[in-house]
Unconditional design. Structure first.
Length: 380
């Protein structure tokens, strides 16, 4: 796959942390002048987990120092290790949904940047660590999935949190990713690069399914991340094992749109990465790397991805690969780094693609053997 150079300079800053970074997201703005990040951390020395709000200071474009830009403001301690983390605005207040290794889901309110308050929780709604949660945008509902084959809908009231078991495969099918498409529809993904489309108005089974029968000679893989852009609700973007990135268009369900893949015996000719693609995200903010017209629903939006081997890249349909970083930037095996990728234009600093990416490469065999989360690389 051909690689094209960056059209504008990139400033890269790193912040070393002494804890495992299990998840990280932007916190919806509390005020116009603030920028905060939510981190899910795990301290292997004492076996404790924490969810923290950190202030993020935008560095000066002429600064030569790579000093820390994160300042911890407040902490909330869940009883179990965090497996997934999402943020949203409900009304005018930021909320954080947290899933844990004991199968529970929590709702935490950020009254301000210095206060985290637990609103409520549903405990052990999964018989295993929750694989993924996703918050309904601007709403008060969350979908959770797990390897136990359960799909739960968690509702957040003003002072209560309730759970509804939407589907249970009794372990016959496991789920590793989920994403809302609309208030009534969502997608899930799991083993063998399979995707399922659900409609809450039609419970009992998926309304549509996609099975990987398009890559002969491919080893079995798993979906790690799903994204659905509001302007492309008919298209489900997925990333997973073996550098796989593809889109499933509900209008043409039998033929996926392949962006990256590694086939056995073929190598990486058509692959951005040969390792796990931990997260994919559609990008549509008016700052595309090309001048293509993305208003047409027949054309895919640009895609950002990050992988276990340290690759952060942008893919566009019909364009060469744009690599922002590669494995040369990977952290050492004993230190976890929290990376910031910030794009600067010539006249003013802008967040073209505000991203947090945290890489874990240590052997975690001695850390909480009941829960060994994957390398965490979050695009937000």
């Amino acid at each position: 796959m051909a690689v094209r150079p960056l059209s504008r300079p990139v400033e890269i800053y790193k912040h070393p942390l002494h804890k495992y970074v299990d998840a990280v997201r932007w916190l919806p703005p509390i005020s116009a002048l603030d920028r905060h990040a939510v981190l899910a951390l795990f301290d292997s020395d004492c076996g404790s987990s924490s969810v923290e709000i950190h202030s993020f200071l935008n560095p000066k474009t002429d600064a030569s120092s790579t000093s820390a830009m994160l300042t911890a403001l407040t902490t909330w301690n869940p009883p179990s290790r965090v497996s997934s983390l999402k943020t949203t605005l409900i009304g005018h207040r930021p909320f954080i949904a947290v899933s844990t290794a004991d199968g529970s889901v929590y709702l935490v309110s950020a009254h301000d940047a210095h206060t985290l308050v637990e609103i409520g929780a549903v405990h052990e709604v999964h018989a295993c660590p929750v694989s993924c949660i996703d918050l309904l945008e601007g709403g008060s509902e969350c979908v959770s999935v797990g390897e136990d084959g359960k799909v739960n809908l968690v509702s957040f009231g003003s002072s209560t949190v309730t759970n509804t078991l939407f589907f249970d495969s009794n372990g016959l099918v496991s789920y590793s990713a989920a994403k809302w498409a609309s208030p009534n529809e969502f997608a899930t993904g799991g083993l063998d690069f399979g995707l399922q489309w659900w409609d809450r108005r039609k419970p009992g089974s998926p309304v549509s399914q996609f099975k990987c029968n398009w890559a002969q000679g491919r080893a079995s893989g798993i979906i790690h991340s799903i994204d659905i852009h509001p302007s492309r609700k008919h298209t489900c973007l997925a990333g997973g094992s073996l550098g796989t990135i593809f889109a499933w268009d509900l209008r043409w369900q039998h033929e996926p749109i392949i962006f990256s893949e590694s086939r056995i015996g073929v190598g990486s000719k058509h692959s951005v990465s040969e390792s796990e693609v931990w997260e994919v995200q559609c990008v549509c903010d008016g700052r595309s790397t090309s001048t293509s017209n993305f208003s047409s629903s027949s054309r895919m939006l640009p895609i950002m991805m990050c992988s276990e081997d340290g690759i952060l890249a942008v893919l566009e349909q019909g364009m060469n690969l744009l690599v922002i970083s590669d494995s040369q930037m990977s952290s050492s095996r004993n230190v976890f780094h929290f990376w910031f990728y910030i794009f600067f234009r010539k006249l003013m600093a802008v967040f073209a693609f505000p991203i947090y990416s945290c890489k874990r490469t240590e052997n975690t065999s001695s850390v909480n053997s009941q829960f060994r989360p994957k390398v965490c690389s979050c695009l937000q």
